[in-house]
Design a protein around this ligand. Structure first.
Ligand SMILES: Cc1c2[nH]c(c1CCC(=O)O)Cc1[nH]c(c(CCC(=O)O)c1C)Cc1[nH]c(c(CCC(=O)O)c1C)Cc1[nH]c(c(C)c1CCC(=O)O)C2
Length: 360
């Protein structure tokens, strides 16, 4: 059975040869395409990074964005969790603000805070900073994806980018925000400026993903981490057209497009409709209920509470099995946490979760 619309799309004219050999066998790619492989595939958002001591050792003297610009470091960091956890997919090590930095936005990643933008975007004049992203702005991305494809063997590589709304929030607020007040104020009071801004961000995001896909990434995930702050009506009006344009740019590539956000119970249907093959679900909505909201023909990814890794072993195992059982309501299910791995997590417990999912 193949309900998804991914497996059938012919490659784009002039596109690189996809790793067609793994499409038929990879549990991750099959589940993304709406199939039921022999085992439930699993990977973890933020599996590459701070949870691993070998990562912390490697990054000790390198700033986050500098490490993203070093293909050897990116390759090694992306591979570290593959060796340790044996998940069914790798995710490219980078950050959602990297393409913004690549077009000249003064953005830094401050430890314990997150991305901080020196000159927030608040007026039409500020938009000029957002020029289009050219492939040559991120040569290190092409190099790193290429070397990963050679190293990964049969494990698929997920490319990713931040969605226009989530990037806009960082740009407008100047950093992380709980309420997104300035973002929403601009959205409501200057809709024309808002749509210009999100349009530019959609172009940058699509171009950043294009570099990864043309270098050989086997899937893409669009992170709209903060979209859950919006009502469905506002999401459809102010955000969906732009995310839709990003995902539509990969409709002919024959690769799965995963669309994820946090706290998006009210948006699951809309987030599927913008052109996702797989909808990522956080832990607040059980997967069988999420499947009803998303509607037919789309796979789901998720959705163990990242804090469940701190539960006693038998309760954790019960929770893992519950996610797998409920995920069976979708055409295809990719096991994941409902958001990124928490830094305090024990890597041994993550490896155990991979085993539990594979045994299910
Ligand atoms: C919030 C934040 C961002 N960027 C950053 C933060 C703060 C992190 C912290 O101190 O807790 C900075 C950052 N981003 C990343 C690191 C490397 C170390 C690590 O935290 O693992 C660091 C220090 C990797 C990353 N950052 C991201 C990835 C890719 C996604 C993945 O691996 O699953 C990685 C490896 C993506 C990212 N980056 C950002 C968002 C909103 C997302 C989307 C995913 C999400 O909602 O968490 C912005």
């Amino acid at each position: 059975m193949s309900l998804g619309n991914t497996a059938v799309a012919p490659p784009r004219e002039g596109a690189p040869p996809r790793r067609r050999d793994i499409v038929a066998t990879s549990p991750f790619l099959r589940a993304a395409a709406g199939d039921r492989p022999d085992r439930v595939p699993v990977w973890f958002m933020r599996q590459a990074g701070r949870v691993l001591p070998e990562y912390r050792a490697l990054r000790a003297n390198t700033a986050m964005l500098d490490s993203c610009r070093n293909p050897d470091l990116v390759t090694e960091i992306t591979l570290q969790p593959i060796r340790r956890f044996r998940p069914d997919a790798a995710i490219f090590f980078s950050d959602i603000v990297l393409p913004l930095a690549a077009v000249g936005v003064d953005v830094d990643i401050v430890a314990g805070v997150g991305p901080v933008v020196a000159h927030p975007v608040r007026s039409r004049a500020d938009l000029d900073i957002l020029r289009p992203l050219e492939p040559d702005d991120v040569p290190y991305v092409r190099t790193a994806v290429g070397s990963l494809i050679r190293e990964l063997g049969t494990t698929p590589l997920i490319g990713f980018a931040g969605a226009p709304f989530t990037l806009a929030s960082y740009l407008i607020e100047g950093g992380p925000s709980r309420s997104h007040i300035r973002t929403k104020a601009l959205m409501y009071s200057e809709p024309e400026l808002w749509h210009d801004l999100l349009g530019r961000l959609a172009d940058i995001t699509a171009a950043f993903l294009r570099v990864q896909v043309d270098a050989g990434a086997d899937a893409v995930q669009l992170f709209d981490s903060w979209a859950g702050a919006l009502s469905e009506d506002d999401y459809r009006r102010y955000v969906a057209p732009h995310s839709s344009r990003v995902l539509a740019a990969f409709a002919d590539d024959g690769i799965p497009r995963i669309h994820f956000g946090v706290n998006t119970g009210q948006l699951l249907g809309a987030m599927g409709e913008v052109g996702a093959d797989v909808v990522g679900v956080d832990w607040r909505v059980p997967l069988d209920e999420a499947v009803k909201r998303i509607g037919p023909g789309r796979s789901v990814q998720g959705n163990l509470d990242p804090a469940a890794v701190f539960a006693p072993g038998d309760l954790l195992a019960e929770k893992v099995r519950d996610v797998c059982r409920r995920g069976a309501a979708a055409p295809g299910h990719i096991f994941n946490l409902g958001h990124g791995v928490l830094p305090e997590s024990d890597p041994g417990v993550l490896a155990h979760i991979v085993d539990l999912v594979h045994q299910f």
